[in-house]
Design a protein. Structure first.
Length: 395
């Protein structure tokens, strides 16, 4: 009895998280109407923009990023391009200084402290009405900024997130695995945007009104916390899928595991940071979204452990098969480290990435419980050249 209870309780939670929650969002959006409609005169809106590029040891990609930024289809006198270097030790800052005559501004900080502390110092120095946050390895489509800032013509809009598209080699099964993850994540972003309360953004391409940006702790995700604060304060937070940024996916499972565990650890701390304000402002819609999409996801190891133990304890052939199926999925993780590529790796890539995500959640909680450093980051080996013409993600 206890085995089947554990099994079906956890299955129910996961079913709600991945199926029930999106359905509830769609139904609620239909009942409440489309709150994400913006002013009709937004089509020609060109607010002043500060494009802030966070950089740490990015000499391989920063030059290409700046060329991409300078080629954007946006009025030159309305676009400020700023590089915030967090104690880079390589030639990143020398490369950026080479663009000074083309209007690029460099703010170099010492020592390496962490992305958020650098952004806290840079924000008061910006001149744009809208701040666009981006990473050094993201490549924008020429019209990305125009699409991203257009909704700000409506004074109710406080934050807008663009769409991140991962590009990958045909033999890069790791990137292919998390393409599937991003498809689900971006589908949920679209639904939340219909309610005007997009829960978080992605660091490659998102914008916030400058007066709404706030100093932020170093050990949380800026792209998660800033939009949640904006939504909790009653401003619209929207998703604009036409504003496209392209990045290459991780090529190494070890790098991906480190990246995901760090993001999850910062996300857990982010919930603790924003929750008191959500409660104080009675922003219950944002609170429900936060619990449903972030809180339950971060507890995925608990639900999976319940399913595994429950299927081991419950009698019957169904539970035996379920137990063996789980072991097969988890076996894909060490197998993925061994294979690295090839046809078999491509076949197991969804299961491998799911297993990596679950293991990353365990490590994320371990980092929280042991008080590990989460503020500083190390640049992953994900230069844009590792991409290919094939694109993933919804349009």
């Amino acid at each position: 009895m206890i085995g089947s209870l554990l099994f079906w309780t956890a299955i129910g939670v996961l079913a709600y998280q991945y199926v029930g929650y999106p359905i509830a969002l769609a139904l609620l959006a239909r009942l409440r109407g489309r709150r994400d409609a913006v002013a009709n005169d937004g089509d020609g809106a060109t607010p002043s923009v500060s494009l802030v590029i966070s950089a740490y040891d990015e000499e391989e990609v920063i030059g290409r990023k700046l060329e991409n930024a300078l080629a954007l289809d946006y009025p030159e006198d309305r676009l400020e391009i700023v590089v915030a270097s967090d104690g880079s030790r390589d030639r990143t800052e020398d490369v950026v200084r080479g663009f000074a005559d083309r209007g690029v501004v460099l703010h170099a900080f010492r020592p390496n402290r962490g992305k958020n502390l650098v952004l806290n110092d840079v924000l008061p120095l910006l001149t744009g009405d809208v701040v666009v946050f981006t990473d050094a390895n993201g490549q924008y489509r020429p019209d990305a900024i125009r699409h991203l800032v257009r909704p700000f013509a409506d004074s109710r809009v406080g934050s807008v997130c663009g769409e991140l598209v991962y590009k990958n080699f045909n033999d890069n099964a790791i990137a292919e695995g998390y393409n599937r993850y991003w498809e689900l994540d971006q589908m949920q972003k679209r639904l939340e945007s219909r309610l005007g309360s997009l829960l978080g953004a992605n660091g490659s391409i998102f914008a916030v009104r400058r007066e709404l940006c706030r100093p932020i702790a170093n050990d949380v995700c800026n792209d998660m916390v800033q939009p949640i604060w904006v939504a909790a304060a009653g401003h619209l937070c929207l998703y604009e899928p036409r504003a496209l940024s392209h990045e290459a996916g991780s090529r190494d499972l070890g790098d991906e595991l480190k990246r995901r565990s760090r993001i999850i650890g910062r996300g857990i701390r982010g919930i603790g940071l924003v929750w008191p304000e959500i409660v104080a402002r009675r922003a219950w819609l944002v609170g429900w979204e936060l619990v449903s999409r972030k809180g339950l996801r971060y507890l995925t190891p608990l639900w999976l452990a319940m399913i595994l133990v429950g299927s081991a304890l419950a009698p019957g052939i169904f539970y035996r098969l379920a137990f063996l199926a789980q072991l097969a999925v988890y076996a894909c993780v060490p197998l993925g480290f061994v294979l690295k590529g090839g046809p078999l790796m491509r076949l197991i890539s969804p299961a491998t990435y799911f297993g990596i995500g679950s293991l990353a959640a365990v490590l994320g909680w371990w980092k929280i419980l042991t008080g590990s450093e989460l503020g500083k980051w190390q640049t992953a080996d994900r230069p844009f050249e590792t991409g290919t013409a094939g694109e993933a993600g919804p349009r």
